[in-house]
Design a protein around this ligand. Structure first.
Ligand code: SF4
Length: 370
């Protein structure tokens, strides 16, 4: 799908994100505006979501998930997990994980997640996840897991071949446990993640069928956040080396923006541009204060060159990121505070997780009768 077609499909509400960003508000303030959160009128319940600690977060994480998470804090009881066990499913080098857990937390807090309102925790620090994973895994047919398209894709993408781990195969079981153990009513997902959520629902149904109603089947809380392309136009990803990071200093942002792919049909400055096919236009539409129509017309009529256009984008991104970067830098000076957040998050998460684990073990008649 071309960028133009993609933009055309964006709801007006999503365009509002751009307006919000342009107002130079930090995410904490953005969180107060629920206009663009799909299904924001839902009755308050519990949601669970997580991110793998694979390094600092990028703009795609921010716009595609984090801004929404911040907004959801006002409507739901939120459990946000640093999914460090999930990060082990496709690697054997674990040396950076401890540091990356903190990187993720820094980005979360700087973007507006509030440890008073949400439970921010590390997956491996809530051992009930691993315990329930073991139990649930006993009742999930391997054929279900082997059919998951991302399992085969990942093996191919990473060239794992015969060395693909049991953990990679069992990833959907652990993912289901993450949700089910908090009896989450809803999970914020994009449409592309619906099959994964459906699998968790199937696992809940299977366990409930075998042992009685223990788990809640979570529903999808569909978010309309767009997937932000990387500077090369592909999906923004660390592995593609095409990401702009939340913590990137201004000069780095500018350097990356200068490398962005633009309209391939516009060879000379005098050539009319095709903004619908330009990555830079996509970004400017989201992040700038000027009317998108004006940018569109300037490009189409060759009133602006691509170099100036990119500079304008770099400036807008830096204006937007500045308060977040500042907050992030200040928080990074407070390691004890960060550790306390994870300690308290694990404590609060375990209160719920322990109950569900016991319920499940009891239902499966594993607990010793007292
Ligand atoms: S002027 Fe801007 S929007 Fe138009 S092609 Fe160049 S970079 Fe893209």
């Amino acid at each position: 799908m071309s960028i133009g077609a993609f933009l055309a499909r964006l709801p007006v509400t999503y365009v509002l994100i751009g307006r919000i960003l342009r107002a130079r508000m930090v995410c904490a303030t953005i969180a107060e505006n629920h206009d663009w959160v799909f299904m924001a009128n839902e009755k308050k319940g519990t949601i669970l979501s997580g991110m793998r600690p694979t390094g600092p977060l990028h703009l795609g994480n921010l716009v595609g998930a984090l801004v929404n998470w911040v907004a959801l804090q006002d409507e739901y009881d939120c459990f946000y997990e640093v999914a460090d066990l999930h990060a082990l499913t496709d690697r054997t080098d674990t040396s950076a994980i401890a540091k990356d857990r903190i990187e993720v937390l820094l980005d979360w807090l700087a973007a507006g997640l509030d440890p008073e309102r949400s439970v921010l925790f590390v997956q491996s620090e809530v051992p009930e996840h691993a315990q329930l994973y073991t139990l649930l895994g006993m009742f999930i047919p391997v054929s279900w897991l082997e059919r998951v398209p991302t399992y085969k894709e990942k093996i191919k993408e990473l060239g794992l071949g015969e060395s693909a781990s049991f953990g990679l195969l069992g990833y959907p079981v652990l993912q289901a446990v993450d949700i089910l153990i908090y009896k989450a009513d809803a999970v914020p997902v994009g449409e592309d993640q619906l099959p994964h959520l459906e699998m968790s629902r199937e696992m809940a149904r299977r366990f409930n069928y075998l042992f009685g109603d223990v788990f809640v089947e979570p529903r999808a809380l569909l978010t309309k956040a767009a997937r932000l392309p990387g500077v090369d136009g592909r999906k923004m990803s660390k592995s593609y080396d095409n990401a702009i990071y939340i913590k990137d200093p201004p000069a780095e942002v500018e350097k990356k923006v200068k490398t962005m792919f633009t309209d391939p049909k516009r060879v000379y400055r005098r050539d009319p541009g095709h903004p619908d096919e330009c990555n830079v236009y996509f970004y400017r539409r989201l992040f700038e204060a000027v009317d998108a129509e004006e940018i569109y017309e300037d490009c189409k009529n060759a009133r602006i060159g691509c170099t100036d256009c990119k500079l304008a984008l770099a400036k807008a991104l830096n204006v937007y990121l500045e308060p977040i970067r500042r907050e992030r830098a200040a928080l990074s000076e407070r390691p004890d505070y960060l550790n306390d957040i994870f300690d308290e998050g694990a404590r609060r998460a375990r209160e719920v997780a322990e109950r569900t684990r016991d319920e499940a073990y009891e239902a499966a008649r594993i607990l010793r009768e007292k």
